[in-house]
Design a protein around this ligand. Sequence first.
Ligand code: TYM
Length: 338
Amino acid sequence: MTAENQKDKKVIFSGMQPSGNITLGNYLGALKNWTKLQDEYNCVFCIVDLHALTVRQDPAELRRRSREVLMLYIAAGLDPEKNIIYYQSHVGAHAELAWILNCYTYMGELNRMTQFKEKSQKHSENINAGLFTYPVLMAADILLYQANLVPVGNDQSQHLELCRDVAIRFNNLYGETFIVPEGYFPKVGARIMSLQDPTKKMSKSDENENSYITLLDSPDTILRKIKKAVTDSEAKIAYRDEQPGIKNLLNIYCSITEEPIEKVVERFSSLGYGELKAKVAEVVVEELRPIQERFYQLEKDKSYIDSIIKNNAERASRIAYKTLSKVQRKIGLPAKIR
Ligand code: TYM
């Protein structure tokens, strides 16, 4: 059964930018969750390469990373036949619907987006219009597939709210056109923090490589980065906001093992920070080991990956253009003569 032919199932859409190496934050906040949802829902998982252009990218690196993210989706356990896994830029309908939705989104709404404010501070030399309208393209991504649910980390909740507002506005003007999607956030792991500054989220674009773990980091690198993780001087293992470094390590541990936080805190209460870090590093290494093995296997199979890229772009296009035509008709664009 594939995403197209299970009519009774609800639809999930989500995506990741190929703007850096996929981090443990991306994995625990999103990708790990996706793999659990793939049986229950019709899933569409995108590599949002157009979104990555909002920050200057090296062309060869962007191409390499896009393929790496696609292979990591599969290596993490997403079935490319059951789910639709594809590049955003291979389905022109995303950019077309984004243009239309731009005309139904207010400047004031986009001005409020915290990610825009953060990114324009960070890239003050390149505050481009794409960075500003980024959430509109994200809304187009989701609405094209009539998604019911969008599994993301907490940092995307404001964008999702905007998507819902735009969908409701459009439906009110033209009648039921879009499904209004809901966010789906993990209980633990929705916000994994930087290992170097646990008050900031772990981010693939952080300049300090020690602040994040990538899905392809070697066991030694993982151990080294976790050993260097910033903690505190309390010398007490507790899950509380006053100890953000320790809280983050416990979050990482529990979102991997899926054990309740209280149980783990109790079990680890007599450990020193060094011992806690060793335990965390061990579960991270073991979680990533099979993903890395599959990734390096897939990397060798160029023609298999190429066929996935081709077939999935076609599958995605069929769904996306159906929604786009409906929108075009509703707003009064002239029908194509066939
Ligand atoms: P991106 O590429 O920044 O992140 C991909 C996913 O990872 C989650 N995430 C985190 N979760 C927990 N802790 C963290 N430190 C952490 N960092 C990132 C993000 O919440 C996200 O789920 N705008 C999106 C991509 C996008 C998209 C979409 C998502 C474009 N169109 C449509 C869903 C639906 C983004 O930049 O994700």
